[in-house]
Design a protein around this ligand. Structure first.
Ligand code: NAP
Length: 252
């Protein structure tokens, strides 16, 4: 008898997280769809159907994270796949053109410190907090993997090159939060390299989602491909990678 893998995807009620959850379920994985608004998670789980289970999870709320970990423990006793996907690009209301606003908001001299803190709270500390809470459950799996969903816009090596297309947009709000998320992921990789738990860092494509005011140029399905591919790697699949579609390495 094949035992179904159990996955938790944070921020799975819409966007890349929803697409990844849907495709994991289609591949026989039981997926807990993390959603800060439980009702929206339930709606998303119902849309996907059997194998999708909503779970309340706000990655900035330690009580919510602890309750989610307890629920996974009580219902499954282990976690095989953790996908740290929840993320935000800005915290304040934006009404203008997304890319114009993005460039302005990310200027180091003028970026709001409150805005930076709010974005880092979700993208950086949220990723680390969920990792810390779920690690003991991942240790109970015979084939555990962590997939952190970051972005090529957080690559320090790429951004340091003036020829990189997003070079002029690098700044302390979203891009630097993704650089910090990459750094946190490297720390997790190093901590776990003596264990059997695999850790991968991935970047979706520039995907039309709420995060970028639907300015992304790739469909949800195409933009999420690398995340899905890495989530479905088997026990012999690689660890310690940072890639975009298809298995193309991104410099750190
Ligand atoms: P999205 O459609 O806006 O989805 C983001 C998800 O994260 C939503 O479900 C959102 O919940 C959730 N979320 C936000 N704050 C949260 C919190 N505190 N606790 C729990 N969940 C929270 O954006 P997306 O494009 O799919 O982004 C997913 C990931 O891909 C992010 O890490 C992003 O940085 C990365 N990424 C995206 C692109 C792209 O082009 N779209 C490119 C590279 C990387 P609500 O629905 O409640 O807001």
């Amino acid at each position: 008898m094949t035992v179904r893998r159990v996955a938790l995807v944070t921020g799975a009620n819409q966007g890349v997280g929803f697409q990844v959850a849907k495709e994991l379920v289609a591949n026989g994985v039981t997926v807990l769809l993390g959603s800060r608004d439980f009702a929206r998670g339930q709606e998303a789980a119902e849309t996907i159907g059997a194998g999708a289970v909503a779970i309340q999870l706000d990655v900035t709320d330690s009580a919510s994270i602890a309750a989610a970990a307890q629920r996974v423990e009580d219902e499954f006793g282990r976690l095989d796949l953790l996908v740290n996907n929840a993320g935000i690009s800005h915290a304040s209301q934006r009404d203008g053109d997304f890319l114009d606003d993005y460039a302005t908001a990310n200027r180091a001299s003028t970026a709001s410190l409150d805005e930076i803190r709010a974005v880092w709270e979700t993208n950086v500390f949220g990723t680390l907090a969920v990792y810390q809470a779920m690690l003991s459950l991942l240790r109970e799996s015979a084939d555990a993997r962590i997939v952190n969903v970051s972005s090529g816009v957080g690559s320090l090596a790429a951004n340091a090159d003036p020829a990189y297309p997003y070079h002029s947009m690098f700044g302390p709000v979203y891009p630097a939060s993704k650089a910090a998320q990459n750094a946190i992921t490297l720390a997790i990789m190093i901590e776990l390299e003596s264990t059997d738990i695999k850790v991968n860092l991935v970047s979706p494509g520039f995907t039309a989602t709420n995060l970028n005011g639907f300015a992304g140029t790739e469909s949800l399905e195409d933009g999420s491909r690398e995340v899905v591919r890495v989530c479905l790697l088997g026990p012999d699949g690689p660890t310690g990678t940072f890639t975009r579609w298809e298995n193309s390495p991104i410099p750190w």
